[in-house]
Design a protein around this ligand. Structure first.
Ligand code: SF4
Length: 176
């Protein structure tokens, strides 16, 4: 059987959802039987490839870089999965939404530093006015809630998707 091309990525997240993914322990052997991981922090591939079958996306869309990344993922991926509450609802990253970008930058780069505070104008990706859930930007096919989602839930979903089955209905098209 042809292996599924599986990608994982994070946007504005803490990487806790990826830690939970790693917690599937020996379940990774099952995933390895079914899929090749073609992109993500677990493999050393720099550019998001074409013809990805399943992408797990952790984190909210918070910056211009996130926006470009998530659009590229949608263009090149058959099934996009929002992995975890930051992707599904914008969760923790959206706590800054009430404050406005200037206040956040001043707090982080001027008020909370001990010397030579400076708001970066280069290298650090420009923040969007608010952090948004992934399905606000692109069509999402499957939602895996939780902060982080349990390893078992992730394994069940990934095993289903990599076997050509859609996960249970409560995880599908919840918002779209
Ligand atoms: S959902 Fe929770 S664990 Fe996952 S990236 Fe967000 S804060 Fe971290």
């Amino acid at each position: 059987m042809k292996k599924v091309r599986l990608a994982t990525t994070w946007l504005d997240g803490c990487s806790g959802c990826h830690m939970s993914l790693l917690d599937i322990d020996e379940g990774i052997l099952k995933v390895a039987e079914l899929a090749d991981i073609v992109y993500g922090p677990l493999v050393d591939i720099k550019e998001y490839p074409e013809n990805v079958d399943v992408a797990l996306v952790e984190g909210a869309v918070s910056s211009v870089e996130d926006l470009e990344k998530v659009r590229t993922i949608r263009e090149r991926t058959r099934i996009v999965v929002s992995l975890g509450d930051c992707a599904v609802t914008s969760n923790v990253p959206s706590m800054r939404n009430q404050c406005g970008v200037p206040a956040i930058l001043e707090r982080a780069y001027l008020e909370n530093v001990t010397a030579e505070g400076q708001i970066p104008r280069e290298v650090v990706p420009q923040l969007l006015p608010v952090a948004r859930p992934v399905h606000d930007i692109i069509k999402v096919d499957v939602f895996i809630p939780g902060c982080p989602p349990s390893a078992q839930l992730i394994l069940n979903c990934v095993a289903d998707l990599c076997s050509g089955r859609m996960p249970e209905p409560s995880l599908r098209y919840k918002f779209g």
